[in-house]
Write a protein that binds this ligand. Structure first.
Ligand SMILES: *[C@@H]1O[C@H](CO)[C@@H](O)[C@H](O)[C@H]1NC(C)=O
Ligand SMILES: *[C@@H]1O[C@H](CO)[C@@H](O)[C@H](O)[C@H]1NC(C)=O
Ligand SMILES: *[C@@H]1O[C@H](CO)[C@@H](O)[C@H](O)[C@H]1NC(C)=O
Ligand SMILES: *[C@@H]1O[C@H](CO)[C@@H](O)[C@H](O)[C@H]1NC(C)=O
Length: 344
């Protein structure tokens, strides 16, 4: 056993070709805030360690080494290491946040290995997912009734992460539970937090408005928007949604995004948590479908497509959120739609 003079190769995450940041991560702070943010790297050796500078709140992550995933349900700030017994060889490591920003953040330090770093593969396809708790993976690992927390959120099992993986695309998740495009979740004391067209302009979701610089290297080819579940919700708390307000907000948001992503194709998805049966007589699923079709007509000129995710069944995660099976259905429908339209 080498116990002294054991030289570790060390890489500062913000200074390297070797370690890739995944999702919308500020390289100056290496803060993993949005769900699904993380790092990817390849090394030749037998172990690697990701230092954690500090954490805030509660966070869960998934560490995948050579395709084998393990879950850390509660990141406590100690370094995150590859499992023992890997053997000297070339290994691919991916760390991804499972939980969302409102629970906490992880500030990464350097990555070290007993071997050497290799160049991580470049990925040529990029997808940005923009959505609410469904895109987050809120309560995905729970069985209703249950209370959501960072350890039962599971972003890597969401429709977005699964579709991106099927399409061999890099992805970024701009997602926040309770958010809408025109109004947020209906709470008895109105939710004053920003709607998605505002939060989308931020590097981390709690940073200042317009803090994200939209770096050239992160411009997506495809944007998938799944927003409306919170806009449509109202029962017992507020007036039903004015659908025209929703349509106008969605059109304006896509036009904003187009300014940053002029070559992107926009996929507008319906929500599996919206059904025609509830609230009785409203036909909300049909209303959302029609609204998204109207958005596409209004966006004449913009490349858009419509993706219909059927209403989920009675097996659900915490607070009636889609579970892993529902996400897998959404992923399959979405990846076929993207593959068809993009020729991927
Ligand atoms: C991280 O790595 C950089 C360069 O490799 C080094 O200068 C810095 O001191 C390292 N930071 C820590 C906390 O080890
Ligand atoms: C690990 O493998 C590499 C490449 O085969 C070799 O250069 C290196 O010396 C090996 N390291 C150890 C500790 O055996
Ligand atoms: C997180 O939520 C799940 C489901 O409600 C529960 O079983 C678990 O104990 C909770 N974990 C913590 C740390 O609260
Ligand atoms: C866009 O508008 C033009 C003129 O109004 C119309 O001919 C065309 O079919 C529209 N395209 C789409 C995709 O709606």
């Amino acid at each position: 056993m080498h116990s002294i003079n054991f030289i570790l190769a060390s890489l500062a995450i913000n200074a390297v070709h070797g370690v890739r940041l995944l999702g919308r991560v500020d390289p100056r702070t290496r803060e993993l805030s949005w769900p699904g943010t993380g790092i990817s790297f390849i090394f030749t050796g037998s172990s690697a360690t990701i230092d954690v500078d500090r954490i805030s709140g509660s966070n869960s992550v998934e560490l995948t080494v050579d395709g084998v995933a393990s879950v850390m349900a509660n990141v406590n700030g100690t370094p995150i290491s590859t499992p023992p017994g890997l053997g000297n060889g070339t290994h691919h490591v991916v760390l991804r946040k499972r939980s969302e920003a409102l629970f906490g953040s992880i500030f990464l330090g350097n990555v070290t290995t007993d071997g050497t770093f290799e160049k991580d593969g470049e990925v040529s396809r990029r997808i940005e997912f923009v959505g609410d708790s469904i895109t987050v993976g809120y309560g995905l690992d729970g069985v209703n009734p249950c209370t959501n927390n960072a350890s039962v959120e599971n972003n890597p099992k969401t429709f977005g992460a699964l579709a991106a993986s099927a399409l061999q695309a890099d992805y970024s998740m701009i997602a926040w539970s309770g958010i809408g495009v025109s109004r947020n979740y209906p709470s008895t004391s109105p939710d004053p937090s920003p709607v998605m067209p505002v939060r989308w302009t931020r590097y981390n979701p709690n940073d200042a408005d317009d803090s994200y610089p939209f770096p050239e290297a992160s411009i997506p080819d495809v944007v998938v928007i799944n927003l409306g579940t919170n806009d449509f919700a109202y029962v017992g708390v507020r007036e039903p949604l004015n659908v025209q307000t929703y349509i106008s907000a969605m059109v304006a948001f896509v036009r904003d995004m187009e300014k940053r992503y002029p070559a992107a194709t926009f996929f507008l998805m319906t929500s599996p948590s919206i059904g025609d049966e509830y609230p009785p007589g409203d036909g909300t699923k049909t209303a959302q479908r029609k609204a998204l079709r109207s958005v596409m007509e209004a966006l004449n000129g913009t490349k858009t497509d419509f993706v219909d995710w059927p209403t989920q069944g009675s097996d659900v995660g915490c607070d009636y959120h889609p579970n892993a099976a529902t996400h897998a259905i959404g992923a399959s429908i979405l990846s076929s739609a993207i593959a068809g339209k993009m020729g991927w």
